[in-house]
Design a protein around this ligand. Structure first.
Ligand SMILES: *Cc1c(COP(=O)(O)O)cnc(C)c1O
Length: 366
């Protein structure tokens, strides 16, 4: 049996340190925000090359509060990928704005800047690229486009901890960058967690207000905020994990390299880091029209796989108002039929990855 992802392995690797950090946090008597969260925010900001980090309750809230901090709301349009996880769209809907789907570049699965340009209207306020699967989106082209049209760039980096564009870390570009620490992400908490990073002190202050009832001074509320605070216990755990993140990403990259070497030549679309970028390899996603049969073959061989994602947002009942226009996004539809995520993670052994690759090759050779 080869699991898609071993969620317990990072804990076991760092058990003594994590146990000590959790015990220290429990004994501190401080259970909301406070020094542990502040220390994590400073360390994660430094990691991401950002001046500011604000810890939040989850990744969806990070996206929502980023849009609220930019005063995006009813009547506004926000450009989102047609092929993302639904959270990106839900954030736009939660603030009362309208998601405008744009198709990806088939090579990177990330927003195609040319198509984004064509989707801009007088109501467009922001562009929300997703660094999907850990591949940085084309931030240079999107930044230029946003500057030309006076738009905000809000990045969904929920899958891209440690990814980079040249020497710039993901987290250091754009107006505001949104993170999730859901347990399965490259940096995961022991429950829900999220954050924003930004170079803009004003935006950071606004998100810090919004996450805490719109209040900076207890019982003084200057706007209608939310309750979405990163828990200090998760901050304590992630402070132990963060120094290992880049080495863990390197182990992911070694698995991606092994897959690339063993799978090339098969009738299978393989992912590759776009030139000049460091991929975080959150997921290793292959494409084939025979996806369902390949997945069944791997399941029978005891190999866990997942599909990210089987139903595009515009085909979900939650977005039934898009159903009539669904044929406008054929690439997202094709990807939903063809993508398959192979086992990937820092604790997957190279021998296990080789066995996965052999099983995939066996499907095509039998
Ligand atoms: C995980 C994820 C989110 C949401 O994060 P949560 O912490 O689960 O709310 C948002 N966008 C993308 C692309 C994700 O993968």
């Amino acid at each position: 049996m080869i699991a898609f992802l071993d969620l317990k392995a990072p804990y076991l690797e760092l058990q003594a340190e994590i146990d000590a950090a959790v015990a220290r946090q429990m004994a501190s008597g401080w259970y909301i925000l406070g020094p542990e969260v502040e220390a994590f925010e400073a360390e994660f900001a430094a990691f991401a090359g950002a001046a500011h980090c604000v810890g939040l309750g989850n990744g969806l809230d990070a996206l929502v509060l980023a849009l609220r901090a930019l005063d995006i709301g009813p009547g506004d349009e926000v450009i989102v990928p047609s092929n993302t996880y639904i959270a990106t769209w839900l954030a736009v809907s939660q603030v009362g704005a309208t998601p405008v789907p744009v198709e990806p570049d088939p090579a990177t699965h990330c927003l195609d800047a040319q198509r984004v340009a064509e989707a801009i209207t007088p109501r467009t306020r922001a562009v929300m690229p997703v660094h999907l699967y850990g591949q940085p989106a084309d931030i240079d082209a999107l930044t230029a486009l946003c500057q030309r049209h006076g738009l905000r760039l809000v990045e969904d980096a929920a899958q891209a901890h440690g990814a980079a564009l040249g020497t710039r870390q993901v987290g250091s570009t754009g107006d505001i960058v949104c993170w999730s620490f859901y347990p399965g992400k490259n940096l995961g908490a022991f429950g829900d967690g999220g954050a924003i990073t930004t170079q803009d002190a004003g935006l950071a202050r606004r998100v810090a207000l919004l996450r805490n009832y719109g209040s900076a001074v207890k019982y003084v509320n200057i706007e209608k905020g939310a309750n979405s605070r990163l828990d200090p216990i998760h901050a304590a755990v992630m402070r132990v994990k963060l120094p290992h993140l880049l080495a863990w990403n390197q182990r992911r990259a070694a698995i991606a390299e092994l897959y690339q070497q063993r799978l090339q030549g098969l009738p299978l679309g393989l992912p590759a880091a776009a030139p000049g970028t460091t991929h975080a390899w959150h997921l290793y996603v292959v494409t084939t029209p025979q996806r369902d049969a390949l997945q069944a073959h791997l399941t029978a061989a005891g190999i866990g796989t997942l599909i990210h994602y089987p139903i595009p947002p515009f085909r979900q009942d939650a977005y039934r108002e898009f159903a009539d226009r669904a044929p406008q996004w054929p690439l997202a539809d094709r990807l939903a039929r063809e993508v398959l995520s192979l086992p990937m993670g820092p604790h997957l052994g190279l021998a296990q990855a080789a066995a996965v690759a052999d099983a995939v090759a066996g499907f095509f050779h039998d």
